[in-house]
Design a protein around this ligand. Sequence first.
Ligand code: THU
Length: 143
Amino acid sequence: MTPSSSPSVKDTDAALIQAAMTAMASAYAPYSGFSVGAAIRDEKGQIHIGVNVENAAYPQGSCAEAGAIAAMIMAGSRQITAIAVAGKGDLLCTPCGGCRQRIREFAKPETPIWIADENGFREGFTLDTLLPHSFGPDHLETP
Ligand code: THU
């Protein structure tokens, strides 16, 4: 990643990253054993968290990002200004393809996506870097 596409960590994001790390401990992941926590900062500066919730009928499980987005919508907010995702392991716990599109619905191309593990911040991306040339609500606006 080039420096220009790598957002810098600001103080305000430390709380967001910590929220995702803390949420991770509340995940329900008995089948994969892979707990994920997500935290969204909205346009009002409020933080909304979510975790992955698995299901014995595997496809019915949901991702942490989806939970955090649902919490944001229920709170009346509509804009993701930053999102943090936390998961353990050597590999970065970047959002899955489906969640990149879910984030896209409520975020701008330059919106930062912070990735953390159980020990703290690992790397930052912009949405546009993880989901280039994306399809979004603007495509459906009537001319
Ligand atoms: N998972 C997430 O919660 N978010 C992602 O972006 C990637 C995957 C969850 C889904 C499943 O419960 C577990 O991680 C293993 O795939």
